[in-house]
Design a protein around this ligand. Structure first.
Ligand SMILES: Cc1cc2nc3c(=O)[nH]c(=O)nc-3n(C[C@H](O)[C@H](O)[C@H](O)COP(=O)(O)OP(=O)(O)OC[C@H]3O[C@@H](n4cnc5c(N)ncnc54)[C@H](O)[C@@H]3O)c2cc1C
Length: 505
């Protein structure tokens, strides 16, 4: 059945240089960069704060931020969070996790004590999940940064469609409590975390393949959230973990406990739990997830089923903890995400598609706009995550649409393969891509050319002036050496049955 929507004239709410849709790490960084370059910039966000999945998904984390590979806005954000007392570095090398293959291998080869401090104080090789921060402060801080850069923010505004003429976007159609309106712009950057704008504009997209390799081959992963359980007695719980190291000593904790809970009728996901004790009786959990039932992550029925299932699992696990685990007797669900991470999202097809082979080789690109050090998070796909990558360049061509002259993308939506997206979507690479896209968008407007025609050398010079580390080839050997050691170890120690298959994606 269809309904013919009557044609109607709508108001133009604003007319700017750069429209950024989606206020996650990629969109925040893109808007900041464009605004700071003097472009009239509008950032549209369907919820009421910035940070995307980091804040709305209860995932206030930066994985592997390394001051030797991440410059620019990533470094600035960490500094501002530190200055605001909203994040702290690890002071000591954490204890060895007996279940971590990498840690054991590094220990055996006596590499552990030679790792530079920067590799453990905020990067996660030793068991911390990167740098955690206070999400509420992060939201305030990003608001302030936008105001300083004179970026116009539009909260509670949903980008419902695009205004396309031939190979150009003229603007975006928005829906809000004020109704349907248009915003016009010269460059549009899709940072929706699910290729929403690319898909709605009819540009070529990727993401229909599901996971191309591994035990979930061809299936879409689905959605996942983080949440907090409050009222936990950490002392009691830690003592319990110590007494039960087989099931509670691993990175993915309580796998056998969860299985037993399922046998007893608790509604929980059959998988070990990622869990961190945060201050004041608060425990962070990453466990609740929904596997898609044949559809895509942007479909209403899948999104609705996901929310219902995830909530059930969250309460199921909390009840299981409360009933069985010392320290959780007075626990309760304290805060849950309202925006799940979309496991294998739609992505804009760009002029280049980033692959796992590029990452493993630590590839250098002539059109690089920044460096990433994140390995693909293949846990859902392979049941483990490998660190067999070297820091690699992010090519500018991945940020520009193959089909539409003034459409760009960054973060989860950038042009990357079905496995490499599981690295590119992480927060640090998303910030780097955003900064590259925002800077290029502002340059293209200033010069009156398409983002495809922006001079790469001039773009790179601009980014260098902003403190971005442009390329692996410009970093000193000491910056890259620890990754070589880790790569060598994991490649020797790991089983790589999907190795060749994975490289293409
Ligand atoms: C439990 C969990 C743990 C995680 N752990 C880590 C970690 O340790 N380290 C790490 O780096 N990352 C981690 N992540 C992942 C990380 O948070 C995301 O990969 C990252 O936020 C992606 O950034 P993004 O900017 O591409 O998109 P998102 O963060 O998804 O932001 C997209 C934004 O666009 C908005 N939007 C979408 N469509 C529209 C529209 N049509 N109109 C207006 N607005 C729109 C959304 O509301 C959202 O705010 C974790 C995620 C989860 C769920």
């Amino acid at each position: 059945m269809t309904y013919l929507e009557p044609q109607k004239e709508i108001d133009v709410y604003d007319d700017v240089d750069v429209i950024v849709v989606g206020g996650g790490p990629a969109g925040s960084s893109a808007a900041l960069a464009a605004g700071r370059m003097g472009a009239k910039t509008l950032l549209i966000e369907r919820f009421g704060c910035l940070g995307g999945v980091q804040s709305l998904g209860v995932a206030p984390l930066f994985m592997f931020p390394d001051p030797e590979v991440h410059g620019g806005i990533m470094k600035e954000i960490l500094k501002r969070l530190e200055d605001g007392g909203a994040t702290t570095k690890a002071k000591h090398l954490p204890k060895v996790d007996e279940n971590s293959m990498i840690q054991k291998a590094l220990l055996a080869m006596k590499v552990r004590d030679k790792l530079p401090k920067r590799m453990y104080e905020s990067a996660g090789f030793w068991g911390q999940l990167g740098r955690a921060f206070d999400a509420e402060y992060y939201k305030l801080m990003l608001d302030e940064m936008m105001q300083e850069a004179e970026v116009k923010l539009m909260y509670h505004t949903f980008a419902a469609g695009v205004i396309r003429e031939d190979d150009m976007l003229k603007g975006v159609v928005i829906e809000s409590s004020e109704g349907r309106k248009a915003v016009m712009g010269k460059v549009v950057i899709d940072t929706t975390g699910m290729g929403d704008i690319s898909r709605k504009s009819g540009a070529a997209i990727m993401g229909d393949e599901g996971f191309p390799v591994g035990n979930r081959k061809g299936r879409h992963v689905g959605m996942m959230i983080g949440y907090y359980i409050g009222g936990v007695n950490h002392e009691k719980f830690n003592a319990f973990c110590k007494e039960n190291p087989e099931d509670w000593g691993a990175f993915f904790k309580g796998a056998a406990f969860v299985k037993q809970g399922i046998r007893e009728g608790y509604h929980v996901r059959d998988m070990g739990i990622v869990l961190y004790n945060i201050s004041d009786g608060r425990t962070w959990i990453q466990h609740a997830a929904y596997g898609l039932k044949g559809g895509r992550g942007y479909e209403i029925r899948e999104q609705t089923s996901a929310e219902i299932e995830i909530r059930k699992q969250m309460y199921g696990l909390q009840k299981l903890f409360k009933d069985k685990i010392p320290g959780f007797e007075s626990s309760y669900v304290q805060k849950a995400a309202i925006l799940p991470l979309n496991g294998d999202p739609c992505r804009m097809l760009g002029e280049y598609v980033m692959t796992v082979a590029d990452m493993r080789a630590g590839r250098i690109f002539e059109d690089s706009i920044g460096i990433a050090n994140m390995p693909p998070d293949t846990f859902e796909m392979l049941g483990r995550m490998d660190f067999d990558i070297l820091p690699y360049d992010i090519p500018y061509r991945c940020l520009i649409s193959r089909d539409i002259n003034n459409l760009m993308a960054a973060g989860t939506t950038m042009s990357s393969g079905g496995v490499s997206v599981c690295a590119m979507r992480f927060s640090a690479p998303s910030l780097a891509q955003g900064q590259g896209a925002g800077t290029a968008a502002a340059m293209s407007v200033k010069q009156g050319v398409s983002p495809k025609q922006v001079d790469i050398k001039a773009l790179q010079d601009n980014l260098r002036r902003q403190g971005v580390y442009i390329s692996v080839k410009e970093r000193p050997d000491e910056a890259i050496e620890p990754y070589r050691a880790i790569q060598q170890l994991t490649m020797m120690g790991g089983k790589h049955e999907f190795f060749e298959d994975m490289n293409k994606y």
